[in-house]
Design a protein around this ligand. Structure first.
Ligand SMILES: Nc1ncnc2c1ncn2[C@@H]1O[C@H](COP(=O)(O)OP(=O)(O)OP(=O)(O)O)[C@@H](O)[C@H]1O
Ligand SMILES: Cc1ncsc1CCO
Ligand SMILES: [Mg+2]
Length: 273
């Protein structure tokens, strides 16, 4: 990250949001059936151009056109996994960033095999909840399904070790997010307690990291922090307008669409960890 202070990190996040809105990067999202519509709307609200392209016949070809690829294993099948592997390989070969969301990768033998194959294809960023990141680093976690059973604080050492072994930026999301490249780390505060009550918020965030990585591929750490900061600030704005998880889900899209660089710079709460 070309920043040494928290305020310059916030300033850089604002610049990257402006870049996303100006460049409208094409982001190939291979995500789960639950998340597809919400994630696409989140990317549009941020100014990006999402494309949900997963068929094995075209996923690799499309990845060469996209600014970034995001891969989420939430509802896998053999056909989808073939598309994921083709897209990840094409992105890596083309020098484009791809982002991995290891949903419940510990739950079944099938998912464990899938995540191993994907990890070998060098994601630029891995984003998951605390249980997913702990299990990915080989630690015992309390996770059972797609929701976290552990706190972000419990997952921080695992995230650092995973970042060092995979050479990826690792983001652990939860009440306070933690992002590390293995040498540097930040916490991002904010968001809303409604966020874990709306399914696919994390999956949509993974897509948004793809949008920021597409406009700033030289610095996946800053790109990841910027996407997470947008979610935190938009989450706070949406909560002020919401009366429950249903209204929060659509208010969040509105808040993200209304978020400008100046507000992000002023309100992002990024602290060096
Ligand atoms: N208790 C909380 N308070 C504030 N923000 C939260 C809280 N829990 C999660 N978030 C925010 O919600 C977003 C999604 O993160 P989360 O860790 O819930 O993803 P996830 O478990 O992968 O979600 P899903 O699998 O449903 O897509 C992040 O922006 C995170 O900061
Ligand atoms: C609920 C659910 N099941 C598989 S993926 C998903 C979306 C949240 O990860
Ligand atoms: Mg998730």
């Amino acid at each position: 990250m070309a920043t040494d202070t928290v305020s310059s990190a916030s300033a850089a996040c604002g610049d990257l949001l402006t870049d996303v809105r100006h460049a409208s990067p094409l982001v190939q999202c291979i995500t789960n059936f639950v998340a597809m519509n919400y994630a696409a709307n989140v990317l549009l609200a941020a100014g990006a151009s999402p494309a949900m392209v997963h068929a094995p016949e075209e996923a690799g070809e499309f990845a060469r056109l996209a600014g970034a690829v995001t891969i989420n294993i939430g509802t896998p099948s053999s056909e989808w996994l073939e598309g994921m592997l083709a897209a990840a390989k094409a992105a890596t070969d083309a020098g484009r960033p791809w982002i991995l969301d290891p949903v419940a990768h510990f739950a079944t033998a099938y998912r464990r095999k899938a995540i191993k194959e994907l990890l070998a294809l060098h994601p630029a960023v891995i984003r998951g909840n605390a249980s997913e990141i702990m299990a990915l680093a080989g630690q015992v976690s309390a996770g059972r399904g797609v929701d976290a059973g552990d706190s972000v604080e419990q997952a921080q050492a695992a995230a650092t070790s995973l970042a060092r072994s995979s050479h990826a930026v690792v983001a652990v999301t939860g009440a306070v997010d933690f992002v590390t490249d293995g040498s540097h780390a930040v916490h991002i505060r904010g968001g809303s307690t409604w966020m874990p009550q709306v399914t696919a918020m994390g999956c949509a965030l993974t897509g948004l990291i793809g949008a920021f990585a597409a406009v700033h591929p030289q610095d996946s750490f800053l790109a990841t922090i910027s996407a997470l900061a947008c979610f935190s600030v938009a989450g706070e704005h949406a909560e002020a307008q919401s009366s429950g998880p249903g209204s929060f889900a659509y208010r969040f899209i509105d808040a993200l669409a209304a978020l400008d660089a100046q507000t992000l710079r002023a309100q992002a709460r990024i602290v060096i960890a």
